[in-house]
Design a protein around this ligand. Structure first.
Ligand SMILES: [Zn+2]
Length: 127
């Protein structure tokens, strides 16, 4: 089945940031072999002070992702970036998979059923 390339990951990040109007958000990303709870991906965001981002990072599990098809891989990466974008715009107090995150997913081209499908899958894989 194969795994998405670094180039494709960078392109997805660029696309999501552009389509959500936050191209300058300093997103870092990394491959990981095993994440906590066997999650496919993980996102972390922290403000240093208002207006200044301290941590804005996604981690993607190579080990878990390689078991999924390419569209699930794309949804996973988009899912994690949308966490960063919604925390950036609305703060980290919002509901993790609430309306703000869902709207970002839609903007990035992931329809509701797909997002929810992923939600279920994510629940299965925990996190
Ligand atoms: Zn999530």
């Amino acid at each position: 089945m194969g795994i998405i390339s670094d180039y494709q990951v960078r392109e997805i990040i660029k696309y999501c940031l552009k389509t959500c109007g936050c191209e300058k958000l300093p997103v870092k990303w990394n491959w990981f072999d095993v994440l906590e709870n066997d999650a496919l991906g993980h996102a972390e965001f922290q403000w240093e002070k208002p207006g200044k981002v301290k941590i804005c990072e996604i981690m993607i599990s190579r080990y878990e992702l390689i078991k999924s098809d390419i569209s699930t891989q794309i949804i996973t990466i988009t899912h994690e970036i949308c966490h960063l974008i919604s925390w950036f715009f609305y703060g980290t107090q919002i509901e993790e998979h609430g309306i703000e995150w869902q709207n970002m997913m839609k903007k990035c081209g992931i329809s509701e059923p797909e997002a929810y499908y992923y939600e279920n899958k994510e629940l299965l894989y925990a996190n």
